[in-house]
Design a protein around this ligand. Sequence first.
Ligand SMILES: [Zn+2]
Length: 272
Amino acid sequence: MPELPEVETVRRTLGELIKGKTIDTMSITWAKIIKEPDDVEAFISLLAGQTIQEVKRRGKFLLIECDEVTLVSHLRMEGKYKMKEGEPDKHTHVRFHFTDGTELWYRDVRKFGTMHVFPKGAEFSQEPLKKLGVEPLSLDFTPSYLPAACEKTSRNIKTVLLDQSIIAGLGNIYVDEALFRSGILPERQAAYLQEEEWQRLHAEIKATLEEAVEAGGTSVRSYLNGNGEMGYFQQQLFVYGRAGEPCQRCSGPIEKTVVAGRGTHFCPVCQP
Ligand SMILES: [Zn+2]
């Protein structure tokens, strides 16, 4: 699933492709992607005639801001945007027809992606954005945020970092990477982390995400940005997907286990 750096990369390329375009109408062949309004015709009529002002991001969600409405889009496992190219295939479920004759296509092989349309500004007080936690690349994410949020939890630190209602945008890749770079074992009880560990973790979450955004995200499975290009942060991964390979810091083998129900990569020496 694309995480913050991949969604941020899509946001940037998509913004360049569609900003200023006006939606004439839409074609939707898989209605279950449309969550709000519940009715596909109502969804299309809210978007028809709207000009795209800005493409923003909140956590792993894309926010396509128009004149009067905002489209909130989650790519989930396999959702991808691209401009019209040849003929649409059976996985192209949503097509935006612009008044200039161009088209934006949403293609989703697994059909897990979601789209919600709200009056502009109302999106933040409704599901799915309502309960999202702090944005890790914002000034609101201070070194004291996570320790305060974890004071009374009995959960381990990996589970906490995957919880979108606490911190929005992290997933399996960047949690494993940030924990390795901080020297913290994923199974550690969050409430018992030391002050200097919280400080390292705060700094490494930000640094890992910033470096990954800079690299255009990590290309795992079928992730591509809006221009069909791959990111290259996978070359800078320390532990994710590297089970059995030598640790770049201590040369011991990277191990893989299951934490929070997810495959978890770590170095038992560097993360004691
Ligand atoms: Zn190591």
